[in-house]
Design a protein around this ligand. Structure first.
Ligand SMILES: O=P(O)(O)OC[C@H]1O[C@](O)(COP(=O)(O)O)[C@@H](O)[C@@H]1O
Ligand SMILES: [Mg+2]
Ligand SMILES: [Mg+2]
Length: 333
């Protein structure tokens, strides 16, 4: 018999893994929101949810209808529960403070409501990424500010993602390893299907958007060049390549069978630190990857140690199998 998400969380509490009632209920609430999003995603053209919304988000990216729908589902499902002080999302200009008419809680929820937007209309895997922080103690008796969210990824108390693919999955860490739940759509329940997920330390598979290669920095060019050289090159082995263009799908593959994922800084827009967002993508994914025995860096620095200075901050990301990340780091020193 598979355990349900609630049974798993109660068990974690009993084992003393510092899981408050509020945090437990918050995670269950996020999982319920992801179930709703999965339902809408699956309707596709029948639900009239494909295509563009006709608006841009704060980062100047065209929003898909599903970006906006998913964002609203997460806001509406979690604002009234009393577990949160505020929320922040890739799709909102600034933070969302819990309205005064609702009870205020002690956690902050940050999310990428729909990751892999370019894949929505072509029926390729997409997901929802989330990160939970504690609101600073002193913020509970005053107006919440953006600065309250600017905490290093190492401060996360939980993180995870839902993956809307051939199966609907929920990957979760509360700081004690990584577990995976599969949505049983017949009964609408998340059931525990994998525990103690461990990323193999070695790999022969990389994921990078090769079309950007002429814009890469020299260390990235050198690293990929050596991978492509295969058995006759300095790495002495043949590599395979994958690029789904949904970070959730790439990270999921790496959590299952190892690999390395790179979305590095490049010269297309030299003032941008990278494409991916630190608070909504890089931090939660880095927490999961480290909890599964992998590594995650910008170039040489651990992503979870970065002190954010802006809510929508971007970052260069290199994550995956530990020894391969270590190898890439050597190209930067
Ligand atoms: O289209 P590109 O440049 O290959 O970028 C793909 C990357 O962009 C992202 O889609 C960004 O996520 P959003 O869809 O949430 O904007 C990542 O999931 C993915 O790794
Ligand atoms: Mg994303
Ligand atoms: Mg997104």
């Amino acid at each position: 018999m598979h355990k349900t998400l609630s049974q798993y969380l109660v068990e974690q509490q009993r084992q003393g893994f510092l899981l408050s009632e509020d945090l437990k209920a918050l995670i269950e609430g996020i999982a319920r929101s992801c179930k709703s999003i999965a339902h809408v995603v699956a309707k596709g053209a029948l639900g009239g949810v494909l295509g563009n919304q006709g608006t841009d988000n704060v980062q100047g990216e065209a929003q898909k209808k599903m970006d906006v729908i998913s964002n609203n589902i997460l806001l509406q499902a979690n604002e009234w529960t009393g577990h949160l002080a505020g929320m922040a999302s890739e799709e909102m200009d600034t933070i969302y403070k819990i309205p005064n008419s609702y009870p205020k809680g002690k956690y902050l929820l940050l999310f990428d409501p729909l990751d892999g937007s370019s894949n929505i209309d072509v029926n390729v895997s997409i997901g929802t990424i989330f990160s939970i922080l504690k609101a600073p103690e002193d913020s509970l008796n005053r107006e919440l500010t953006e600065a309250d969210f600017l905490q290093a990824g190492s401060q996360q108390v939980a993180a995870g993602y839902a993956l809307y693919g051939p199966q609907t999955l929920l990957m979760l860490t509360i700081g004690h390893g990584v577990v995976c739940f599969t949505l049983d759509k017949d009964v609408g329940t998340w059931l525990l299907t994998q525990e103690n997920i461990q990323i193999p330390t070695e790999t022969k598979e990389f994921a990078i958007n090769m079309s950007n290669s002429r814009h890469w920095d020299t260390p990235v060019q050198n690293y990929i060049h050596d991978c492509l050289a295969g058995t006759t090159g300095p790495r002495g082995k043949d590599f395979n390549m994958r690029w789904v263009a949904s970070m959730v799908a790439e990270v999921h593959r790496i959590l299952q069978r190892g690999g390395i994922f790179l979305y590095p800084w490049d010269k297309r827009d030299p003032n941008k630190a990278g494409k991916l967002r630190l608070m909504y993508e890089a931090n939660p994914m880095s927490f999961l990857i480290e909890q599964a025995g992998g590594a995650s860096v910008d170039t040489v620095n651990r992503i979870l140690d970065i002190q954010p200075s802006q809510l929508h901050q971007r970052v260069s990301v290199i994550l995956g199998s530990k020894n391969e990340v270590e190898t890439v780091k050597q190209y930067f020193v």
